[in-house]
Design a protein around this ligand. Sequence first.
Ligand SMILES: [Zn+2]
Length: 466
Amino acid sequence: MRKKILNYDELVREAGFAINSPTKGCIVILEYGYKIWEIIQRRLDQLIKDTGHSNVYFPLFIPESLMNKEKEHVEGFSPECAVVTHGGGVRLQESLIVRPTSETIMYETYRTLITSYRDLPLKYNQWANVVRWEKRPRPFLRTTEFLWQEGHTAHATQEESIEEVLRMLNIYKTFIEEYLAIPVIAGRKSDNEKFAGAVATYTVEALMRDKKALQCGTSHDLGQSFSKVFEIKFQDKENKQQYVWQTSWGVSTRLIGAAIMAHRDDKGVILPPLIAPYQVVVIPINNLVNAEYIVRIEKELKDKGLRYVIDNRDESAGSKFNKWELKGVPIRLEIGDRECERQTISATSRLGKKVNTPINEFFNSIDSLLLNFQNELFVRATEFQKTNTFDIDQFTEFKNLFGQGKSSGFVKAYFCGSKECEDTIKSETFGVTSRCIPLDETNGEGSCICCKKDVNGKKTIFAKAY
Ligand SMILES: [Zn+2]
């Protein structure tokens, strides 16, 4: 019997990352999914602290009047806000917004924390949950409540704040490429796609296995738009009052979805060893396998500091293989009587490689097996991205590529950046949007893919996106 290929939502559920919750639009992140989040958190938190930021915590509820202060910001977010109108059994005098993002609540306080140039730069980060009402939820990609980190900094000069925006974007890029083994394109969003209230939004965009793009993280240059509204001023060295320059940046549990979708195959998920909840699964082929040998293997795994699981459940070896293949564990050890007698290990990698070696030899090489696995996944994803990126200068060709609403990867094209052209492109390509103008793209000359106006500068990346 041929097995059915699971779609993304089914895969998330069947592999045990998350399930639907009794609350509409919200998921239950199960232990297999949450372990990945913990690994992401631990590493990113370190990177954030290493670059001079401290963690803080601000309230979940934002007084409506604060949310309303920055005009573009409130317009951008109000359609997806959850609003608390009652508390303690009575109607509140002022409604409270459940934070969709924390600029407003944080910056009202930044005004009181910052008075002098000596208080700058102020570099805070917060690990929190946020709520954005979602009409079409997808597990990890968009849910009404999700987990994230949001960094919010204030600087004395524009130069310093732009440096911060790009520094954090680069940390995200490096982290996602190294840990999630997903190549990303770092670039600037079009005005149409930027964060509500930002001067400019920078993003890291990745291509998923189904040839759709996924925005994996953003870093915003807020300029002085919030500091002027929230009156965040400092006295400079010449005793003059100045407004601070600000940034905000974040990544969320969406990264779990990215890891699932960027590396999957027909059998299920393929997890990069650096974020896999279990890097190794040990499967005793039958119940009669020498227990002492399994104990020895476990000790080796523990001594190596690896994350592992021993699947001793009363189930056939075949169905265990399928299950751990679906869940994407990088290396599977199959231990039967033969391995035990000969003191060997039979190992199969989730990318299909098999080895059978003496136990000592195996454990001497396991670190490099995992490292090679991690690298191979990255190379595989990079090649996939390359073969699915198209330089295009004719709109007809662009439209054909996405005909009937299919997803076809990244398109690189000259684009004038106007809202009109962005809207035309979107409506004539079944929803393709501009993803970003890559930072490392070289400048050139051409004409807008849509209106044919001269464009002097970099090409823009387009894709169907999640
Ligand atoms: Zn145009």
